[in-house]
Design a protein around this ligand. Structure first.
Ligand code: ATP
Ligand code: MG
Length: 554
């Protein structure tokens, strides 16, 4: 029990207090995305936090589209968001909502505020409203329309709804306090005229509620208890509380803020990702170099690794960036035991075993994962001609190079010792073939103890190997070199994508499907690309290399 108390985050402590004091008798949370883009890793944190809290407290989790601004919203985004949340494992059950379904109720709450003398229709232009608002150091000025009668306000608001005014001609404002030190409380706009077609309500409305008015009402209507959002809304909390109080909700929800998740060396933030997509710098919202959830999925990240990452990040009130390498660490931890370790050659040269009979094939029994017997084993054909990685051979090796060079002996993984006898080059001087001899006494698993070799290299059998494309990724941005250029544009890493077209993998990938992932021994974790891979033309994404610069914090 002791441990459990220690591991509580500050939001859980607040919830405990609310439950103990009887403020609420249950917990209901929500995730309220605006369908104006794809979700990213930061949203994953919010989703898993809200869903996790609902589960922990035996409460309810709502999925609600905050679709009150038709300008940027699209059905395409609604569908992608649902898919991403399901993939992450957050289950909203029957609780799928759209803020736009509450438009009539919101309108009625606005009418109620007018009737209470707490809202008025204002004819100032947008520029004038800005001018009248004052600054952080100067109070605002009251609008000349502030003291209209309730009757006049009701009439004008109805006329706004009826389409009698142009966009920007009139707004409805909350009547709070133009001298408040908090600018959000200086008679904020709560409804505006906008002649736009909405993806859900069509042309039924030409006035739309503002976020700060709509959001608390959405929460209250759904009986959300803890409305969790990010820090930039802390200054809006007095307005949130004002709205739920003035609308007289019996059990008003409570807003709690936590800090946004940012990652180093990648682009987080919906609008920045959107710009990369629109500028054609990346291949759509699911380009594997992005950290949108669709991109992470396509790259080969798993929901489990993301969950682990989010938990390691914790929940706090201080802003800061988390090392991208920590996300990679979580992925390796998740896949280590679960995935088979296969042999793949990304930059091939031929290896010919001159003393191995030309028509002989041995089917070697290879364990899929030495740390996890449950993954079983597979048969890999072994024969006279193999492919190995170009960098596993050197004509003139430096010191401590234990792989192949003329006269040196290495182990071919799971097979035999081979000794380099000679090699061939093409007209450009690149090595094309390495000739070896093998020692039949040294077969893996035969108990041979005659002598030892220092290097083990992997291989694929040339006549059986399957050609594949492999895509290697680096971070889009290298923060050590600077995030921005002098002109304010992003300083993008020109090597963020490397495409290798002539790779060879073992013949065991026949049944590999989209999103399947594997360890390629000595090279990292790779995943079948869901968009471009075909059964007869495999494409793999490198999710992460095997080596890590990341150290777990103590
Ligand atoms: P962005 O800042 O990337 O444009 P947003 O806040 O506009 O995102 P919404 O669709 O409004 O996107 O966000 C839905 C929810 O996700 C909100 O509750 C928001 O606070 C939360 N959220 C957004 N970005 C992050 C982040 N980086 N870390 C944690 N939560 C986030
Ligand atoms: Mg937002």
């Amino acid at each position: 029990m002791e441990n459990e108390v220690v591991s509580k985050n500050f939001i859980e402590e607040e919830i405990d207090k609310d439950l103990a004091e009887g403020v609420y008798d249950c917990v209901c949370t929500r995730f309220p995305p605006e369908p104006n883009g794809y979700l990213h890793i930061g949203h994953a944190k919010s989703i898993l936090l809200n869903y996790g809290l609902a589960k922990k407290y035996n409460g309810t989790f709502h999925m609600r589209f905050d679709d009150t601004n038709p300008m940027k919203e699209k059905m395409e985004f609604v569908e992608s968001i649902k898919e991403d949340i399901k993939w992450l494992g957050a289950d909203w059950g029957e609780h799928l909502y759209f803020a736009s379904d509450y438009f009539e109720q919101m309108y009625q709450y606005a009418v109620r505020l007018i009737e209470k003398g707490k809202a008025y229709v204002c004819d100032l232009t947008p520029e004038e409203i800005r001018e009248y608002r004052g600054t952080l150091t100067e109070p605002g000025k009251e609008s000349p329309y502030r003291n209209r009668s309730v009757e006049e306000n009701l009439e004008l608001f109805q006329a706004m709804r009826d389409g009698k005014y142009q966009d920007g001609e009139k707004v409805l404002r909350a009547k709070i306090d133009m001298a408040s030190p908090n600018i959000n409380m200086r008679d904020p706009i709560i409804y505006r005229v906008a002649h736009m077609t909405h993806h859900n309500t069509g042309d039924a409305w030409c006035i739309y509620p503002m976020y700060d008015f709509a959001h608390p009402i959405e929460d209250a209507i759904e009986k959300i208890t803890h409305s969790i959002c990010t820090l930039e809304f802390a200054d809006h909390r007095p307005l949130y509380d004002w709205v739920v109080r003035e609308c007289e909700f019996e059990v008003p929800p409570r807003q709690i803020e936590f800090s946004k998740l940012y990652l180093t060396n990648v682009v987080t933030g919906k609008r920045y990702i959107k710009k990369l997509v629109e500028d054609g710098i990346v291949d759509g919202w699911d380009d594997p170099r992005l950290v949108s959830i669709a991109a992470l999925r396509r790259r080969g990240f798993t929901p489990e690794s993301i969950k682990m990452f989010v938990e390691m990040c914790g929940v706090s009130k201080s802003n800061g960036s988390v090392d991208y390498a920590m996300l990679e660490y979580c992925l390796r931890e998740d896949l280590k035991m679960k995935k088979p370790r296969m042999m793949a050659v990304l930059d091939p040269i031929k290896l010919v075993i001159d003393n191995y009979p030309e028509d002989q094939v041995e089917y070697l029994d290879v364990e899929n994962n030495l740390e996890n017997e449950e993954l079983g084993s597979r048969k890999v054909p072994f024969c006279r001609e193999l492919y190995i990685n170009r960098d596993d051979f050197m004509e003139e090796p430096p010191k401590k190079y234990f792989r192949l060079f003329p006269g040196n002996e290495v182990r071919l993984m799971q097979a035999y010792f081979v000794k380099c006898e000679s090699f061939e080059k093409d007209e450009n001087g690149s090595v094309t073939v390495v000739h070896c001899t093998y020692d039949p006494e040294t077969k893996s698993g035969s108990g041979f103890t005659g002598r030892k070799v220092k290097g083990t290299i992997h291989w694929v059998p040339a006549p059986y190997a399957v050609k594949a494309e492999v895509r290697l990724y680096e971070n889009l941005i290298d923060e050590e070199k600077g995030v921005y250029n002098e002109d304010g544009s992003l300083n993008l890493n020109p090597n963020s994508l490397t495409v290798l077209k002539d790779c060879y993998v073992e013949p065991s990938f026949e049944d590999a499907k989209a999103y399947d992932s594997f360890q390629f021994v000595r090279q990292g974790y790779f995943c079948i690309d869901a968009k471009d891979s075909k059964p007869d033309a495999l494409v793999f994404n490198r999710i992460v290399s095997l080596k890590s610069s990341f150290k777990l914090p103590k």
